[in-house]
Design a protein around this ligand. Structure first.
Ligand SMILES: *Cc1c(COP(=O)(O)O)cnc(C)c1O
Length: 421
């Protein structure tokens, strides 16, 4: 495989090609193929961007049809038929059946664009600067989002510019099972000399993706919502990774029965892996003046077409979400067994997750890297997350065939045994 040009020309900042140093050529659903024709099962799936698999045939057809019809590809934020269809489908298929009423902002197409827009909106709406975020949270790497992101590696890479406007609270479980970390947040809010500037909003991932598949309890999330309501603080759920079905519901917060004021989606929102993001906001929060926030790529028409097709294909009834939950249980069972085996062999390990967003915490990044490295040798693309990269995580396409899921899990188990034996 020719990698010299890639190694020579691409900046040091590259990431995933270090873990998977092959040249990929093709992909279909949960399988990737490299230049030598070797196939891999994909448990990374664009870090949760390919929930409906690589080159999903339904979505590809929608894209091809749209292009063939000379549909508008770029139109700034013009009204287009594709945009109208996207909004109508979102309303009919996703929002109305869930009793949700949101207005939609189309920021630039990446996750961090959506987070920047969401926190800016919260600040404008409340006239306050402070955003409360949580330990191990990840919300993107542009300056505003980065201020709300815990990861030191990213925070240190600003060239010394201070990151401002965010305050960190302990996520659920951060201080051990027996401490409800919201006691601390609630106490600070009530304490006139607690030192916390009254926040405009709280931003949270209900399951932390990059932070290590940390799962917020459903009661804890309900209590967080209640604290926000009683203190006039907006609740932003960053559903960029956990949304679009990853946890077994379209929105990850549905499990807790809470209603965020603002929601961000990106990653799997287009369904096809096209760059696309939106911000959902309660209608009365739409305090923007015309053109006050902009961007050249606001709403990508090709993504409107594939996103609408994905909603129609997978979310018109509950068949798909039940299937995700079924597969999530398969992964959970297997991960529990692998974690138990590791623990028996002297590596303390635990399983956690919700739906098909699951991980095994093996204690250190060193062991996790050995496992994922061996897995790659054995034909499985799988990554780690967590503050030390100590969590081996499964983000396989939600559409993965059962045989591929089993094969991926077999490879992982075999790799664990090869590394620890
Ligand atoms: C990936 C991610 C982001 C950032 O998205 P980008 O497209 O990489 O900017 C923000 N929040 C969460 C929860 C994410 O997983």
């Amino acid at each position: 495989m020719q990698t010299q040009t890639l190694e020579r020309m691409e900046s040091n900042v590259r990431t995933y090609s270090r873990s998977f140093p092959v040249v990929f050529t093709k992909a279909m659903n949960a399988r990737l193929t490299d230049e030598n024709g070797r196939e891999y099962i994909d448990f990374l799936a664009g870090a949760g961007t390919l929930n409906y698999g690589h080159n999903n045939p339904h979505l590809k057809q929608a894209l091809l049809d749209y292009l063939a019809s000379d549909g508008i590809v770029h139109g700034l934020d013009f009204w287009t038929a594709a945009k109208r269809d996207y909004l109508e489908t979102l309303e009919e298929v996703i929002l109305k059946p869930r009793g949700l009423d949101y207005k939609i902002q189309l920021p630039g197409p990446t996750g961090t664009n959506a987070v920047e827009a969401a926190i800016r909106l919260a600040r404008v709406a409340k006239g306050r600067h402070n955003i409360v975020t949580f330990t191990n949270g990840f919300h993107g790497v542009t300056m505003g989002s980065l201020a709300t992101t815990g990861n030191r590696k990213f925070r240190e890479a600003t060239g010394g510019i201070p990151l401002q406007g965010a305050a960190f609270m302990p996520f659920d479980g951060y201080l051990g099972e027996n401490t409800d970390t919201l006691d601390y947040f609630e106490k600070l809010l009530a304490d006139k000399s607690g030192g916390l500037d009254t926040p405009a909003a709280v931003i949270i991932e209900t399951v932390q993706g990059e932070g290590g598949i940390n799962v917020a309890g459903l009661e804890w999330l309900k209590r967080l919502e209640k604290i926000c309501r009683s203190n006039d603080i907006l609740l932003i759920v960053d559903d960029i990774q956990a949304g679009c079905g990853r946890t077994g519901k379209f929105f990850s917060f549905e499990h807790a029965g809470i209603t965020p004021d603002i929601v961000t989606n990106s990653k799997s929102l287009s369904g096809f892996g096209l760059p696309f993001a939106h911000v959902l906001m309660r209608p009365e929060l739409d305090k923007w003046k015309p053109g006050q926030y902009n961007g050249t790529f606001r709403g990508f028409n090709l993504a409107f077409a594939t996103a609408a097709a994905a909603m129609r294909q997978y979310w018109s009834d509950d068949t798909f979400e039940r299937d995700v939950q079924r597969k999530g249980d398969i992964v959970a069972d297997r991960f529990k067994k692998i974690a138990a085996w590791l623990t028996e062999h002297g590596v303390e390990a635990t399983e956690r997750g919700r739906g098909l967003m699951r991980g095994i915490d093996v204690g250190t990044g060193d062991i996790a890297d050995k496992i994922t490295g061996k897995a790659f040798e054995n034909g499985l693309v799988i990554e780690t997350s967590g503050q030390d990269g100590e969590v081996v995580k499964c983000l396989c396409p939600l559409t993965i065939p059962d045989e591929d899921l089993q094969q991926g899990l077999d490879i992982l188990e075999e790799s664990v045994k090869q590394v620890i034996a």
